[in-house]
Design a protein around this ligand. Structure first.
Ligand code: ZN
Length: 394
C-alpha cells in the first residue's frame, strides 16, 4: 500500500504568503551556548529572540536556521449535537487571539485539528444520548480563525476527524484546501509538501483511527518518511496516539491499549520515522503533555496536549496546561535549540500564556524521568538545548 501511495506526485502547496516578511537568522554568536539563557529573561522575551524578531538579525534567503512551532489539539467549538457547545456568539476569533503573537513568531506553524469542519452533509457517529455525545464538527467559518492565527500545517489524523464519516472528511478537506492549508493524515491525503521561504517541508500525519493513515503500520509510516526525506528539506511527522489522561503522562515503550483498543507504541513509531528521515515528530492525543526526546539530533515531542479546545474537553489539572513548542532547526532539520512557551486553558477553554509556567515544569520533569540518559536539557526557563559535554579534554 505504501508503494502505491508513494508512486503519485505529492500534494504540493505554495506558500500562503501571510507571514514572516523577512527571514531573519540568529547571529553565529547566539547559537552555541545561548548566553541569553543565563540572563534571566522571561519566556516571552526568549520567544521573541527565538523567532528572530530582534533588530540584530540579518535577513537572508533562504534562512540559515528555521523556527518551527508546534501546538497540540485544536477544537474551537462544535455545533453538533448542540450549538450550545460553540463559543459565545458562535465566534471563534477571540479564542486564539491571546497567543497570536507567539504563534506568528516563527517560519512555520503546526497544529492538530481535533475534529472536522463543515455546516452540512455526512453521517454523524451514533450517540446514545446527546448529553454524553463526543462528536465534533466545527462550523466551516472556523477555518478562518486557524488561518488568522497563522497555521500552515494541520494534522487531520485523529479520533475525531472521522466523526461525520467519509463525506465529513471530504467536506473538511475542501474547506482546508480553499483556505490554503497544507494538511495530511486522511487516507485520501497521506502526505503533503509545502514550499515556503525557499524550502520544501514534507509532512505526514498518522493515527490508529478509521479514515486516517494508520499509525500502527510502522513500516508504511517509515516508508512515507523516507520518501518525504528524498523530496524535502525538512520532514515533519505527526501522530495522534497513546493512552489518554492524567494517568498516562509517561512515555511507555510498548503498545498502549486504552478503552479497549491499541493506541500504538508512540516510542516505536517516533523512532521508526526518525530512523527513516523525519526531522521533527509532533505527537498528541493523550490530552496531557508528555516528554520531549532528542533522538539522533532530531526532536520528538511525545504529546503537545490540549492546546485550544473549547467546550467538550476536561481541562482540569494536567489537561489544562500545554506547550507551544518552538524549535530552531537547521535548513536540513537538525536540532539547534528550542523553547517551551507554556499556555493554560481554563473555563470552557482557549489558550492563554500561563504565568505559572506549569507546562514547562511538567515537561521538564517528565523528560528527565522518561529519558534520563538523553542529550537534551530543558532549563527551568523552558529552553531546550544539548547538554554540554562532560568529557572535555583538559
Ligand atoms: Zn484525540
Amino acid at each position: 500500500m505504501a508503494a502505491l501511495l508513494l508512486s503519485g506526485s505529492p500534494f504540493l502547496h505554495a506558500q500562503r504568503g501571510k507571514k514572516m516578511q523577512a527571514t531573519p537568522v540568529l547571529p553565529d554568536s547566539a547559537l552555541p551556548g545561548y548566553p541569553a539563557l543565563s540572563m534571566g529573561i522571561d519566556s516571552l522575551q526568549w520567544a521573541r529572540i527565538m523567532a528572530g524578531c530582534n533588530d540584530r538579525f540579518v535577513p537572508l534567503s533562504p534562512p540559515d536556521s528555521l523556527c518551527i512551532i508546534g501546538t497540540g489539539d485544536i477544537m474551537l467549538g462544535t455545533w453538533y449535537p448542540s450549538e450550545n457547545y460553540l463559543p459565545p456568539g458562535g465566534d471563534c476569533s477571540p479564542l486564539l487571539r491571546p497567543v497570536h503573537h507567539i504563534l506568528q513568531s516563527g517560519h512555520l506553524l503546526f497544529g492538530n485539528l481535533e475534529g472536522g469542519l463543515g455546516d452540512y452533509g455526512g453521517v454523524p457517529k451514533h450517540c446514545r444520548d446527546n448529553g454524553n455525545c463526543y462528536v465534533f464538527r466545527m462550523p466551516a467559518r472556523f477555518g478562518q480563525c486557524l488561518a488568522d492565527a497563522g497555521y500552515d500545517l494541520l494534522s487531520v489524523a485523529n479520533n475525531h476527524v472521522n466523526d461525520f464519516g467519509p463525506e465529513g472528511r471530504a467536506i473538511t478537506a475542501g474547506i482546508l484546501d480553499s483556505l490554503g492549508f497544507a494538511f495530511a493524515g486522511f487516507l485520501e491525503r497521506p502526505y503533503t509538501v509545502l514550499e515556503k521561504d525557499g524550502l520544501r517541508y514534507g509532512f505526514a500525519a498518522f493515527a490508529p483511527n478509521r479514515g486516517c493513515m494508520d499509525m500502527l503500520n510502522y513500516r508504511a509510516a517509515a516508508d512515507i518518511a523516507r520518501h518525504l526525506d528524498s523530496i524535502s528539506d525538512v520532514v515533519i511527522i505527526s501522530f495522534h496516539g497513546g493512552a489518554e489522561g492524567r494517568n498516562h503522562q509517561h512515555v511507555v515503550k510498548g503498545d498502549e491499549v486504552f478503552l479497549g483498543y491499541n493506541r500504538g507504541s508512540v516510542y516505536r513509531f517516533a523512532h521508526a520515522v526518525v530512523d527513516a528521515g523525519a526531522d521533527i515528530v509532533f505527537g498528541h492525543g493523550p490530552h496531557v503533555s508528555r516528554a520531549i526526546e532528542l533522538y539522533r539530533d532530531r526532536i520528538i515531542c511525545y504529546s503537545l496536549g490540549n492546546f485550544a479546545t473549547y467546550g467538550r474537553f476536561n481541562l482540569s489539572g494536567p489537561n489544562g496546561i500545554a506547550p507551544i513548542l518552538k524549535l530552531m532547526v537547521s535548513p536540513s532539520g537538525r536540532f539547534l535549540k528550542g523553547q517551551i512557551v507554556p499556555i493554560c486553558q481554563s473555563g470552557e477553554g482557549g489558550p492563554r500564556p500561563d504565568p505559572y509556567k506549569r507546562a514547562t515544569e511538567k515537561i521538564r520533569t517528565l523528560s528527565t524521568s522518561d529519558f534520563p540518559m538523553q542529550e537534551l536539557e530543558i532549563g527551568s526557563d523552558g529552553s531546550l538545548r544539548r547538554k554540554e559535554s562532560r568529557h572535555l579534554s583538559p
